[in-house]
Design a protein around this ligand. Structure first.
Ligand SMILES: [Zn+2]
Length: 85
């Protein structure tokens, strides 16, 4: 799968957002909501890993939940150690 972005969108957060779509599509064969709880779970995890490395994944997930987002507790492709693939 290719991800094509206009120049203005070539920021870390947008690239992580679009990468999340590609990974979720692969894991769920496009059977879950585009920005559903599974998407949010992976996006938050990628943001914590690559964009906010000083913030734990758990803290960012809690922040997302407090902001009213639904965050999946488990998701396809999530290994028991909490890493993806
Ligand atoms: Zn999106």
């Amino acid at each position: 799968m290719d991800i094509v972005l206009p120049r203005w969108a070539r920021t870390e957060r947008v690239v992580l957002h679009e990468t999340t779509h590609a990974l979720i599509d692969r894991a769920y064969s496009r059977t879950c909501a585009a920005h559903g709880p599974e998407f949010v779970r992976l996006y938050v995890d990628l943001l914590a890993t690559y964009h906010y490395p000083r913030v734990s994944k758990a803290a960012l997930r809690t922040s997302a939940r407090l902001a009213g987002l639904r965050v999946a507790r488990r998701a396809e492709g999530l290994r028991p150690d909490g890493r993806w693939w």
